[in-house]
Design a protein around this ligand. Structure first.
Ligand SMILES: *[C@@H]1O[C@H](CO)[C@@H](O)[C@H](O)[C@H]1NC(C)=O
Ligand SMILES: *[C@@H]1O[C@H](CO)[C@@H](O)[C@H](O)[C@H]1NC(C)=O
Length: 231
């Protein structure tokens, strides 16, 4: 649907340009009004008035459209997804540059052939910006591979180590946004790791165990024991 809209956008733009051009051709042309006024006396006032209304309405729309487009491009299209801005409760703005810094660290401090395990969202970014091998990225079609990473992230450390040794993992990248309250971190995506892992290994991973008795997903001191993983 989005793709169809993107293809049609130029067509729509050209068509509306033609339509608006024709509209303004007609309504910005005051010659006939002046002529009929000269010929028949005072009849022209309402005509001029209605023309002005139409022209100013569409002028407003065009002006508003430019404002809207400028706003949309400056927020939606030109905000990079690697450097993020977040707004705290008190209204202050924080720039989250952790992704770029982490990828840069990996690039400068790890052996070139090291393999980095991270959730699939970061696969391409690690590949592109850190130049390291990943296990899963956005083009991973084999669900088992994604589930394996999900399982390694959600089982206990001892079991996780076995999986990671099998895979040959050298580094693990996790995103934590707790202090700033950045909501796109791995704790927020964690239930997806659990769900996808549970889809393949329902005996090893169980989503319910990550909820408190009241059915809440909490990551503070009242977190479910499985999530806490203290014992
Ligand atoms: C992942 O790929 C899908 C299409 O396969 C695309 O819609 C989505 O935006 C991509 N996500 C990221 C984070 O690149
Ligand atoms: C997905 O990966 C697993 C483990 O590597 C493999 O056993 C399975 O055959 C793969 N499935 C497909 C559809 O390629």
């Amino acid at each position: 649907m989005i793709r169809l809209m993107l293809t049609l956008t130029p067509v729509v733009c050209v068509c509306s340009g033609l339509a608006l051009g024709r509209l303004f051709d007609i309504y910005l042309d005051f010659k006939d009004v002046l002529r009929s006024r000269a010929e028949h006396g005072s009849k022209g006032f309402t005509e001029v008035f209605s023309k002005l209304i139409i022209v100013s309405t569409f002028g407003f729309y065009l002006y508003f459209f430019v404002q809207h487009c400028t706003w949309a491009t400056s927020t939606a299209y030109s905000s990079p997804s690697v450097v993020l801005a977040s707004r705290a409760h008190d209204g202050s703005q924080n720039i989250i540059d952790d992704y770029r810094e982490a990828y840069y660290w990996l690039r400068m401090n790890t052996p070139e052939d090291s393999k980095v395990m991270a959730w699939w969202d970061y696969g391409y970014q690690i590949g592109g910006m850190a130049d390291r091998t990943t296990f899963v990225d956005n083009n991973t079609w084999n669900n088992t591979h994604i589930a394996t990473v999900g399982k390694a992230m959600s089982v206990s450390e001892e079991k996780s180590e076995v999986i990671m040794r099998q895979l040959g993992v050298d580094y693990v990248l996790v995103i934590f946004g707790g202090l700033l309250g950045y909501s796109g971190d791995d704790l927020n995506k964690f239930l997806w790791m659990v769900r996808i892992a549970e889809g393949i290994w329902p005996d090893d991973v169980n989503e319910k165990t990550f909820f408190t008795q009241r059915g809440e997903y909490r990551v503070d001191d009242l977190a479910a024991q499985e999530l806490d993983n203290k014992n």
